[in-house]
Design a protein around this ligand. Structure first.
Ligand SMILES: *[C@@H]1O[C@H](CO)[C@@H](O)[C@H](O)[C@H]1NC(C)=O
Ligand SMILES: *[C@@H]1O[C@H](CO)[C@@H](O)[C@H](O)[C@H]1NC(C)=O
Ligand SMILES: *[C@@H]1O[C@H](CO)[C@@H](O)[C@H](O)[C@H]1NC(C)=O
Ligand SMILES: *[C@@H]1O[C@H](CO)[C@@H](O)[C@H](O)[C@H]1NC(C)=O
Ligand SMILES: *[C@@H]1O[C@H](CO)[C@@H](O)[C@H](O)[C@H]1NC(C)=O
Ligand SMILES: *[C@@H]1O[C@H](CO)[C@@H](O)[C@H](O)[C@H]1NC(C)=O
Length: 431
């Protein structure tokens, strides 16, 4: 019997269920943090460990009341998944399920904060199936994104996304999924060159984005250097960016795709004023390790895990080789309208060595880092990129460019609404 066809899924988590566990989750998160401090166990590999903690049991017993009347259903029916609990459910195992009655919370016409780059429908994307897939973990039900719950969790808090344009997509997705329940005069957006702040005034909450595509400093942060060979990474410097990350309650980092411009990267130690001549070329994973180590040291010396949660969004897959998913005639992700259905599908755009660098470094940190592990989930979604329904240099692609997807399709960024909404669903459920 198939898990995904079970209507038990909806019976199991009625919409109103989520708020009840907030306090539990908050309490548990603290205990969690303390545990991590001594145990240094990485989050997602710790399933069995946390199953035996008192916190899990406490949370289970709090929930049990609400579950009581449903328990019979669980035990006797097909669906034995439990409600999402970030400590217990490995959200990575699961599948995309098509449901035409699922409507995204926003569109690229209703949300005023979306970049043209990801506004695929506005840019002419004709098909719409890609908006009706829902991620269903095998072992639990992932609650849908509830904007009221999100804003309540963020009350008196700052949530800051830091990273590259994919992270900006995740930030925009988050903002768009909450902003429509806030009246016009009770929200604001302050756009800076690297730091943009959305504010929900009544909640005294902010949802912010800080642009730092490598996290560490480079000569290509604000004035982007098109020629990747001329980019030089200051792998031992982060302070210029990081001073903007202080005092934040929830930090969500990412960095990956900017490092993938070639097998080697130009790196510089010490000050730029020593001249750009002093750079050294390092293999990409080596440079990545040093850069992330610099980031990790900053986090460990400046972040108090009692006050701040740290998340890291894992690499967002790129889909530029259709042969990866067996479409010999394809042009990158162009014209793809269905996810890959093969379980554990993994393309050549996601470098496992790079993922293990991040995992390695996070494991040794004092401050616990929670991964939003989006890579496998998003790997399946060859259908969900901006493709030719995007812009370049501030202009929509011309018909000529659209007719040449091999050169012009964007198979890195995601249409919004779209896949990053699911990333935020996971983030919210983990808060
Ligand atoms: C599809 O989504 C609708 C609306 O959320 C829900 O009521 C329904 O149960 C879902 N169907 C399946 C098969 O999951
Ligand atoms: C508003 O939120 C900030 C954190 O973003 C917090 O420092 C401040 O105390 C909050 N104000 C009130 C009145 O709670
Ligand atoms: C975090 O809180 C615990 C318990 O209150 C305390 O023992 C610990 O010193 C705090 N850690 C930091 C880094 O402030
Ligand atoms: C791929 O293209 C070739 C030549 O254009 C064509 O003969 C073949 O049928 C195509 N295969 C698929 C699976 O579309
Ligand atoms: C894209 O898909 C459409 C409809 O399936 C088809 O007519 C068209 O030939 C495809 N274009 C390319 C370049 O594969
Ligand atoms: C993310 O999930 C994949 C499996 O899809 C796993 O191989 C990888 O180790 C996880 N990454 C992290 C950083 O936990």
């Amino acid at each position: 019997m198939s898990i995904t066809t079970s209507s038990g899924a909806t019976m199991k988590h009625p919409r109103g269920k989520l708020p009840l566990s907030i306090i539990t989750v908050a309490l548990c998160s603290l205990a969690f943090v303390a545990l991590f401090y001594t145990e240094r166990i990485t989050l997602l590999s710790s399933t069995s460990f946390f199953r035996s903690t008192s916190c899990s049991r406490r949370s289970a017993s709090l929930k049990s009341k609400h579950k009581a009347e449903q328990d019979n259903i669980y035990n006797t029916e097909l669906d034995d998944r439990f409600d999402f609990d970030p400590e217990e459910c490995n959200v990575v195992n699961g599948k995309w399920v098509f449901n035409s009655s699922i409507k995204p919370l926003y569109t690229d016409r209703t949300c005023p904060y979306l970049d043209r780059q990801v506004s695929c429908v506005k840019n002419g994307r004709p098909d719409s199936d890609y908006r009706h897939w829902e991620w269903q973990p095998e072992d639990c039900t992932l609650p849908r994104f509830n904007p009221e719950v999100a804003l309540k969790k963020l009350r008196n808090k700052r949530l800051l996304f830091v990273g590259d344009s994919l992270q900006r997509g995740q930030w925009q997705s988050f903002v768009c999924m909450v902003e429509f329940i806030i009246p016009e005069e009770k929200k604001s957006l302050k756009q800076g060159r690297s730091h943009t702040v959305f504010k929900a005034k009544e909640y005294n909450a902010t949802i912010e984005f800080y642009w730092a595509p490598f996290l560490i400093e480079s000569n290509s942060d604000l004035h982007i250097i098109g020629d990747t060979k001329k980019r030089i990474l200051k792998v031992d410097s982060v302070a210029k960016h990081a001073k903007h990350w202080l005092g934040v309650d929830i930090l969500v980092f990412n960095t990956y795709v900017w490092w993938m411009s070639g097998p080697r990267l130009k790196t510089l130690w010490g000050s730029f004023s020593n001249g750009q001549e002093g750079f050294e070329e390092l293999d990409t994973p080596v440079a990545y390790r040093i850069g992330l180590k610099t980031w990790a040291n900053w986090v460990d010396s400046n972040i108090n895990p009692n006050n701040t949660r740290v998340f890291f969004t894992t690499m967002s897959p790129t889909h530029t080789k259709s042969i990866d998913w067996g479409n010999k005639n394809g042009s990158k992700c162009y014209n793809e309208t269905m996810p890959v259905m093969k379980k554990k599908y993994w393309g050549s755009g996601s470098d496992k060595r790079m993922m293990s660098v991040v995992a390695d470094i996070a494991e040794k940190m004092k401050v616990p880092v929670t991964f939003i592990n989006v890579t496998q989930i998003s790997e399946y979604r060859i259908d969900a990129h901006a493709s030719v329904y995007t812009e370049t240099g501030g202009k929509l692609l011309t018909e000529e460019q659209k007719a040449d997807p091999l050169h012009h399709a964007d198979c890195i960024h995601w249409c919004l609404p779209g896949v990053p909404d699911t990333w935020n669903q996971i983030l919210l459920a983990s808060l």
